[in-house]
Write a protein that binds this ligand. Sequence first.
Ligand code: J2J
Length: 522
Amino acid sequence: MDGVTPWPAGLEARYKAEGYWTDRLLGDVLRGDPAALALVAGDDRLTYADLDARAARTAAGLLALGLRRGDRVVVQLPNTTGFVVALLALVRIGAAPVLALPAHRESEIRYLCELSEARAYICADRDGDFDYRELARTLPVDHVIVEGEAEEFVPLASVDAEPVVAPAPEPSDAGVFLLSGGTTGLPKLIPRTHRDYVYNLEASADLCGFDRGTVYLVVLPAAHNFALACPGILGVFATGGTVVLAPSGAPDEAFPLIERERATVCAVVPPIALLWLDAVTWSDEDLSSLELLQVGGAKLAAGRAAEIPDALGCQVQQVFGMAEGLLNYTRLDDPRDLVERTQGRPLSPGDEVRVVDEDGKQVSPGEVGELLTRGPYTLRGYYRAPEHNARSFTPDGFYRTGDLVRELPSGHLIVEGREKDQINRGGDKISAEELENHLLAHPAVHDAAVVGVPDPVMGERTCAFLIIREGGEAPGLRELKDFLRTRGVAAYKHPDRLETAAAFPRTPVGKISKKALAARLR
Ligand code: J2J
């Protein structure tokens, strides 16, 4: 596929020889007993046989619409049966889903459709007050498929035909496109091939001890890498357990589901873990089935990690992952100290990590530096982004994560900070540059700089510093959010705080010093 950077032949041969890459495809991950329960979502309870049949019929329906191997389809669905069925159907016919988050709005979705030249957009009808169908009417796609009330569009339920034999994708094809957290003006797409993503989810399921008895509660957006494949929904399917979809991590939604379905595993971001630590003290649901809580997406404070086993009656696992690939997990048999203090160590013996200084030289053992990585499931280039790729990868193909880490002799990593211009708001990633560009479009704004402010629950919140044009009137926070909403910017990217400045502090090379700006807030 054009725009997708392949691995060099030498590494391809090695990853195959060492058994990381196989010919297994994402469309074949349903490996549970046909009569076993595969998916619980709302009132739906689907066995593996049911889900397989639904995926096969939907795949045939997509082919009948004219979708083909190599096409891209933007998928924006919440945690519903439709998400799972659409995803499985698309990967079976080799049309790659571009996995948007339900929170994305026109600015993000239009860009994703244009960049990927998507043939179709699959969405829900509404999200509260927001109507995805109105957005769909403006998109440059051939087909709009809606789960729920479809109006003039194609109802997802009607994408249904007698199963047919379709040409299978190649294991080296891009199977899904994930969204990067982003550090530039526009979000980037991450092509994940069938073989690298299958390895990602199978190796993760193995590491986490998933099996037929696993009941995995999904509280994060199913479209996020963590919930989808680390080991996530797909890791459960590959090992024969049950996936239970929750609408969110709110204790009043998640706890009753844990009790009713006897959930054994759940993946959360730190703010949800903290919320649960508080909620167990007053809730009366039975959470005794829970065996493992995976926490990742942002740093979990060591002290809080230590509280989880006693408070929730389960093991805790720290996960330091990225949609780009590399996954670090604390192991289930790691000593307590490592589980509490570190963000885990790489999943695969094939993962290569380097910790380097500003000049790209390896730091001394135990020193802080930027994490670089390459391996059998880490991308070699963002989709259709040659200029960005030249900066994001070393000449020998290591991905520059932008994360500052310290490596312990055991290989465990401690995340010490970040070099990339991004805010990590409780696991949601916000590109400072992307938000600044939106703020610069405001008529009263002369210049804008976005920084993270430490926050006890979210880890960080977003603060926008504005220089107001001469004679202009500074907008209030409410007005600014309305402005961003009109521009179709997802709400999680809206600033939490607003400050005006007369000038921005500069670094010696003349760039805005985000460090000095952040210091102004303390
Ligand atoms: C500190 N920072 C972390 C952690 C991610 C599993 C888990 C998370 C993600 C994810 C994921 C962190 N401590 N434990 O895809 O499969 C920050 C780092 C990283 C960036 C990646 C998964 N876990 N981070 O968060 O693509 O800065 O993936 O580079 O959304 O989140 O963000 P994302």
